[in-house]
Each structure stands twice: as structure tokens, then as C-alpha cells.
Write a protein that binds this ligand. Sequence first.
Ligand code: NAD
Ligand code: G6P
Ligand code: MN
Length: 443
Amino acid sequence: MSKKESSILIAGGGSTYTPALVVMLLESLERLPLRKLKLYDNDEERQKTVAEACKIIIKERAPGVEFSYTTDPEEAFTDVDIVMAQLRVGKYALRELDEKIPFKHGVVGQETCGPGGIAYGLRSLGPIIELVDYMEKYSPNAWMLNYSNPAAIVAEGTRRFRPTSRIINICDMPVCLEDIMARVIGLKDRKDFETSYFGLNHFGWWTKIVNHEGMDLMPKISEHVKRQGYTENTQKGQHKEESWLETMRAAKELHEIEPEFLPNTYLKYYLMADSTVEHANKEYTRANEIIDGREKDVFSECRRITENGTAQDTSFKSNEHASFITDLACALTFNTKERMILITENRGAIANFAYDAMVELPCIVGKDGYEPISMGEIPTFEKGLMEQQIASEKLAVDAWEQGSYLKLWQALAMNKTVPSIAVAKEILDDLIVANKEFWPELK
Ligand code: NAD
Ligand code: G6P
Ligand code: MN
């Protein structure tokens, strides 16, 4: 019997991540055969630039794959097996404000952490739920693999408002860091070992890393992190700009306060908030770097391909981000039972943590979805931090659901990045103005 051929929809087709994902999918046709690949976005112009380049890449590398792009939800979501979602609601203009508004008040300004992450969460919830509804209406048996951030708040929202939906919320940071860990101890990549991990999205720790013979690799990796964080002496990997290297270096200090485990770099924004604010360029943030860097590069490469009518010499190449979501699509389609770190409802997997919290854990993935692996009890330090953070995330979703100013003020005040209720209120009032177009009205 020949292998199943899938129809994949990329929602957020105009994303800067789309070309690398398309290249990855074409490189993976043997393990994940495709019959159709579609793009969907609500910004016609932006998507067209990316899509016209993808059309050429596909024509040259896999002419048998039927390709199309649209802004029409029915056309996009009909006859689809897998939706790969990567929306940025409010685009880079709002990311810039998510970063700059908290900085103005002396607080961490970040895409997914602290007040900026909460602001982005309130923008993302409605459009992601809308995508889920389109999928359920037009292709009810499909799976949605969702990268759209902030994944923690989006996951709490989809758990709460669409509890039976076939959405899996994911993050590429654990796999990107695992690839770095593998390289720094001389292995090829993350598939050379197996890991145990627990936490929330952008808020977690590795507890165990063993090779396939069962040998403990933590001591060797830990030695490296104690010396130079997750920086490495190679240009491999996605996160290589100076602002990312600074974050990679922070892992050294994050490891000092918890030497038993290895930290996710995003803990920096909560545990090193003061030095993050102190060292940040508050007028030129990560959003500005991307607008002048990745966004410009991706769009000019797309235009170049379209003008030349060929992508033979393109600089687009697959990356960890694309390989992880492709692995997940394979696991669901072909029941591979791969072990993957996903965002899941806890349901007792962390024994001493809320049953209904959306946590990030290794899961076994097969055709019926995923099952989290039990991590037992977690220590007081991590548990305390996670309880505060999950409360902040849940309050943000309460605020969106109820249109409640008070709940959103509490969400900000609860967040470890925010020093007082007064500062929380000042930031909130600025965020309300900036997000008028996207947020529910708050009373
Ligand atoms: P981008 O702005 O380049 O692309 C996002 C696209 O989404 C845009 O083309 C935009 O028009 C579209 N969009 C926005 N709202 C929409 C809606 N309501 N309906 C349809 N399309 C809509 O952003 P990017 O930098 O490429 O990132 C894309 C997303 O992927 C972001 O949410 C980012 O945070 C996320 N991301 C997540 C991870 C992770 O670990 N989970 C990793 C990388 C990127
Ligand atoms: C990591 C995280 C993502 C985040 C991205 C931001 O990959 O896992 O959730 O969106 O970094 O990277 P950027 O280059 O956009 O700052
Ligand atoms: Mn992430």
C-alpha cells in the first residue's frame, strides 16, 4: 500500500517562517508525502510576496504538489489534514509596542513574557479560536499544530474555550536549545539523546538528558553551561544574533540558582528582570532588529526569486523550527510514537501542580494525539515560580473572557516581571490605548 499523502495548510502564510517551512516540507516528502500545500493569511499583499516565491520553489522541487494561496477561510480550510498556524496578530508594529511600553515604565519588554506577552495574548486569543472554528467547520478531522504566540496564553484559551478541539500548541525553544546541548558535547543533534523536562511554555527546566545507551549526559552539558551558558563555538542554529547570544549567556546565571537542572533561556526575563531592563536598548528593541533584519531579508529574497523566476540559488533553508513541526505532523499522520515536548493540560503529570494548568512536558505522539509523560513531584523553587506565572496567565484569559479591567490589572501585578500594582496599572493603561483595535473593551 502506498503511503498516505497529506494536505497541509499554513495559516499565517505571510510569516517570515513560511519559506523555511516550505523548504523543510519539500525536503521531507519521503517521510511525509504531500498532495496539497496551501497558504492562508488575512493580509493579501504580505502573503502574495511570500506565496509567489513558494510557488516557484515548489514548481522546481516537487511539481506534483498542488499549491495555492488564499485569504478566503472556506477555500483555505476545506480538504486539509494538517494546519500549521503561525499568526502574529497586530504584526511587528504591535510587537514593537509590546516591547517598548513596559520598558518605558522600567519593566521587561518582551514578545511573550511579562506585560508585552499578556498584551499579545489578548490579541491572539480571538483569531486563534477563529482558526480552530474554521478547521472544525471545513475539515473536522484535521489537526492544528499551533506556533502562534504567546503559546502559553493561547493554550490556556483553547483549553478553556475549545476543550475538544484538535489543536496542539507548541514551541521551538526546547528543541533549539537541545540541538545546542547536543553540539556542545560533540553529538550531531537532539535526536542523539532523550530528555525529561517540565515547566510552562517559555518557563521550564530539563531534569534529565541521557543517550540511547542510558548514559547520563547532564554533567557534561552542565559543565559547559556553567562556563558559557548556551553559547557555542559554531554558527549553526537559529538564534545567532547578538541579542540572542546575550540571552544564551544568561543561562549561566540561571543554572547557578538551580544547578540540578538546565534552564530554558526565557527564565531570564523573570529571574533576571533587573539586569535585562538595565542592559536593554529601549529605543531599538528586538522588533526593530527583526524589521531591519529577518523581515527585510525574507521579503527581499522572495521578491528576488519571483523576479528571476527561479529559486535554484535561494538562501532559504530549513531550520529547527520547521523540522520540529514537521516531526509532529509525521508523528500524527504515521503514528510514530515520537517523544516530543508539547504544551499540554497537566492532568496530574506533574503530581504536585494544578490539574488544569497548561504545562510543557515530553509527550508521546501518535495518530490519536499525545499523552504527557509523568514527571512526578517538582521542587518548591520551581513550583512557586510556576504557580505565580500560571496565575498570571489564567488571569489574562479571565480578563479577555470577561472584558475585565480588574482581572487584567491583577494578571500584570501577578507577573514576576512587574514590581508593584501601581506600575502594573500605568503599563496597563498604555497597553489599552495601543491595543484598542484588538482587545475586547475592558470594564
Ligand atoms: P509575521 O508577522 O512575519 O507573520 C505572521 C503572519 O500572520 C502575517 O503575515 C500576518 O498577516 C498574519 N496574520 C495576523 N493575523 C492574522 C489573522 N487574524 N488571520 C490570518 N493571518 C493573520 O510573524 P513571524 O515573526 O513570522 O511569526 C509568526 C508567529 O510565529 C508569531 O506568533 C511568532 O510569535 C510565532 N513563533 C512561535 C514560535 C514558538 O516557539 N511557538 C517560534 C517562532 C515563531
Ligand atoms: C524562540 C521562541 C519563540 C519566539 C522566537 C522569537 O524561537 O521559542 O516562541 O517567537 O524565539 O524569535 P525572534 O527572532 O522573533 O525574536
Ligand atoms: Mn516559543
